[in-house]
Design a protein around this ligand. Structure first.
Ligand SMILES: Nc1ncnc2c1ncn2[C@@H]1O[C@H](COP(=O)(O)OP(=O)(O)OP(=O)(O)O)[C@@H](O)[C@H]1O
Ligand SMILES: O=P(O)(O)OC[C@H]1O[C@](O)(CO)[C@@H](O)[C@@H]1O
Length: 325
């Protein structure tokens, strides 16, 4: 193996830069050349790439975003597009490709494996934490702290007005961020797919009223996962207002994707990206470098999107038992 490629794809996540750095430094130590493709799979298709040297990754570890940019690539959903991308990789003599992204990116890797003869390895980078085969994805811990910082501030103003707030967090179709942020912020309610397939406004109102009966007037925060209500938290707040409850909505949105990665994400990114390159050199293919119980492990890329990993059931049950107090 002489020349490897690396790209970041899907939603950017704090710590992706730390992962790129570790890929480049580990490869340099093994005398491998690294080609960085920009804008995810689009950069391969459009041949937007540059040779990445240790010089490029100096003092990169502390920065959010991704040096390689990210994107979602429509061409990957057509057979023709996948073939073209594989052809560019062959043309550039890329022996292996390191893909830093979420389960969608890894589905892309599986599609690419039909036409690409080189090796493919994944590094889990997404704030959503919705990737099987690793306890945590790179970016999740930073996004959690960013959400917490915002919710703690919302609590201050909610307390001052004894107001009800809906705070919408990201997470696509999973509630890892919602549950973690809700628990850590001491939210009164958490609404996420793991707690209820469909949102029930009667139940929400009942919950608010029973908490108010028990405590008297007080602030009340509901953390809502982004896909739980058509139109999001703002539309849900409007509906609750219509039913006679005065409340405000705050959508945290993309601020959760930005910012300096926290230590846990920098360390996870360094470990998993370094491990991925080392394992490539040992012949690994079509696997993701993950971390389970503190150990670096390889997990089949084909299974990373199976949704076997669970949001902590203990915390979910506990939240439901105590929230009315
Ligand atoms: N089924 C698929 N077949 C081929 N390519 C895919 C497939 N699913 C996703 N991809 C490719 O991977 C890219 C990223 O996927 P996606 O938008 O789902 O983000 P992700 O990697 O899951 O990260 P995140 O969840 O953090 O946004 C897509 O834009 C597409 O190019
Ligand atoms: O950047 P976009 O396309 O708005 O995507 C937002 C989505 O990306 C994520 O930030 C990461 O997957 C999700 O939490 C969110 O649903």
């Amino acid at each position: 193996m002489k020349r490897i490629g690396v790209l970041t794809s899907g939603g950017d996540a704090p710590g992706m830069n730390a992962a790129i750095r570790a890929v480049v430094l580990t490869a340099a130590a093994a005398e491998l050349e690294v080609i960085g493709f920009e804008y995810g799979f689009n950069g391969v298709l459009e041949q937007q790439y540059f040779s990445l040297t240790p010089h490029h990754v100096n003092h990169l570890i502390q920065h959010g975003g991704t040096l390689l940019k990210s994107a979602r690539c429509q061409a990957m959903f057509s057979d023709d597009g996948v073939r073209q991308i594989a052809a560019v990789l062959h043309e550039l003599a890329i022996d292996a490709l390191v893909l830093i992204g979420g389960d969608g990116t890894f589905r892309g890797a599986m599609a690419l494996s039909q036409y690409y003869q080189g090796k493919l390895i994944g590094v889990p980078g997404t704030i959503d934490n919705d990737v099987d085969g690793t306890d945590f994805t790179i970016g999740f811990h930073t996004a959690l702290d960013t959400a917490l910082d915002a919710i703690d501030k919302i609590r201050d103003t909610a307390d001052a007005f004894e107001r009800i707030f809906l705070v919408e967090v990201m997470g696509r179709h999973t509630g890892y961020l919602a549950v973690a942020a809700g628990i850590a912020a001491g939210a009164e309610q958490i609404i996420c797919p793991e707690l209820a397939a469909e949102l029930d406004t009667d139940k929400i109102l009942q919950h608010i009223r029973s908490a108010q009966q028990y405590r008297g007037r007080c602030s009340y925060i509901i953390v809502v996962a982004e896909t739980m209500y058509p139109g999001g938290a703002s539309a849900l707040a409007a509906e609750l207002e219509r039913q006679g409850v005065d409340c405000r909505a705050s959508v945290l949105g993309h601020i959760q994707r930005g910012g300096r990665p926290v230590g846990a994400d920098r360390i996870l990114a360094t470990k998993l990206a370094a491990y991925a390159v080392e394992q490539l050199l040992q012949g690994a293919h079509l696997v993701m470098a993950g971390e389970v119980n503190g150990e670096a492990v390889l997990y089949p890329l084909a299974k990373t999107g199976d949704k076997q990993k669970q949001v902590d059931p203990y915390l979910l049950a506990w939240q439901q038992r105590v929230a009315q107090y």
